[in-house]
Write a protein that binds this ligand. Structure first.
Ligand SMILES: *Cc1c(COP(=O)(O)O)cnc(C)c1O
Length: 393
């Protein structure tokens, strides 16, 4: 029999991403495809750049979405800013810091690791020590929101320390943009990248990036060519502008960009700071429910991300079975632990459109029910009441 059209099940996405895509974004994706150099499309590109500047809180002219997922935004920063032989300090406290190290190596740079335990923030003192020990370092790279562990690092302080040592900074804001405080200009970030499918409530596949003048000067002043043709900003800039005349570089993912534009319009309507506050409020409600179920959040409170909650798997509970049952019985996706935390935690995301009351109630109700059914006592009624109280309070 011929293969039929694919109709995905309807899920609630409370893992590490993608998050639930807002219906307005899904509707935008289906609008008519036009040419990527059509004046109407070019005008939409300009609006998208302006909306992204609003989300990043920056005036940077070079602010645009890379036509590929967050990992390509990461790679854009490294291939453009790292030249062979450059020493780069990379703060590693989870999976994504580890990927940055790999990016430095592949760009011909020499990575110097500042390691912190998984589930903890990057320690500013360790960064300062590493910079003292390596005065020839050119760049510092760090992750604001480590999605692999749920730990949040103090970007403002870390960037300040890097600048005290005349280093440029690359910041991963894939999971933080739209979900927690991020101020690109006020904090002086030099290059930053994000993703569309986390706190922006959009589909995966686009990576907003922003480079300030100092970072751009480094790109333009390279003595070697950028190793990637597709990600070479010297070429991409001819397409995404600031220049008035756009020249063909690649075909933009036109409909995907309609989706991002709509997601950013929605963020503007909500207000950036209101979005941060919503993520925080819903995190506190989820936490109240989890704690009432008798579950622990291993990341220290001051270092917890509101949009990604690591939850310790109780002893004797089969963590994969719980996730499988949540998916099969409740259409609810939560994430598994990665790396050092594999098998030890679940990762519950409250990102973007997923960060809402109905999702918290579903998650706590379903998780409590499944835990009880597997013989692990949990007071689901009390937990739902705790969520309700936190949301009211
Ligand atoms: C998801 C994520 C990425 C990678 O984004 P993709 O869209 O999956 O390529 C990078 N960094 C962090 C912190 C992330 O959470």
């Amino acid at each position: 029999m011929a293969i039929q059209s694919f109709n995905p099940p309807t899920r609630t996405l409370m893992g590490p991403g993608p998050a639930d895509v807002h219906p307005r974004v899904l509707a935008a994706l289906g609008r008519p495809t036009i040419g990527h150099l059509d004046p109407a499309f070019v005008a939409m590109m300009d609006e998208t750049k302006a909306l992204l500047r609003g989300a990043f809180l920056t005036q940077n002219l070079l602010t645009m979405p890379v036509s590929a997922p967050g990992s390509a935004g990461m790679e854009t920063c490294f291939v453009n800013l790292v030249e062979p032989g450059d020493k780069v300090i990379v703060c590693v406290n989870g999976v994504f810091g580890g990927r940055m190290v790999e990016n430095v190596r592949r760009a011909g740079g020499e990575p110097v690791l500042v390691a912190d335990p998984w589930g903890r923030a990057v320690d500013p003192n360790k960064l300062a020590e590493a910079l003292k020990a390596h005065p020839d370092a050119r760049l510092v790279a760090l992750v604001q929101a480590e999605t692999s562990t749920g730990a949040s690092s103090d970007v403002k302080t870390l960037v300040e320390i890097a600048h005290d040592h005349d280093c440029l900074t690359i910041v991963d804001a894939v999971t933080s943009l739209g979900g927690s405080e991020l101020r690109v200009d006020a904090w002086g970030l030099d290059a930053v990248y994000s993703g569309s499918q986390k706190c922006l409530s959009c589909t995966p596949g686009l990576s907003p990036v922003s480079f300030n003048e100092r970072a751009l000067a480094k790109v333009k002043g390279r003595s070697t060519q950028v190793g990637s043709w597709f990600l070479d900003l010297n070429l991409v800039m001819g397409y995404w502008g600031p220049e008035q005349k756009r020249t063909y570089h690649h075909t933009a993912p036109i409909n995907a960009l309609y989706g991002l534009h709509e997601a950013l319009v929605m963020l503007q309507e909500e207000g950036l700071e209101n979005a941060w506050a919503r993520h925080r409020r819903n995190h506190l409600a989820l936490r109240a429910g989890l704690e009432a179920l008798g579950l622990e959040l291993p990341v220290p409170e001051a270092e917890r991300l509101p949009q990604l909650n690591a939850v310790r798997v109780p002893g004797g509970v089969d963590e994969a079975l719980v996730r499988a049952r949540l998916l099969a019985e409740y259409n609810l996706e939560i994430g598994a632990g990665l790396g050092d935390l594999a098998g030890k935690v679940w990762r519950i995301g409250l990102m973007g459109y997923s960060s809402r009351r109905t999702n918290i109630m579903l998650c706590i109700g379903a998780l409590g029910t499944v835990l009880n059914d597997l013989g692990h006592p949990a007071d689901t009624g009390a937990a739902l009441a705790a969520v309700q109280a936190a949301l009211a309070g």
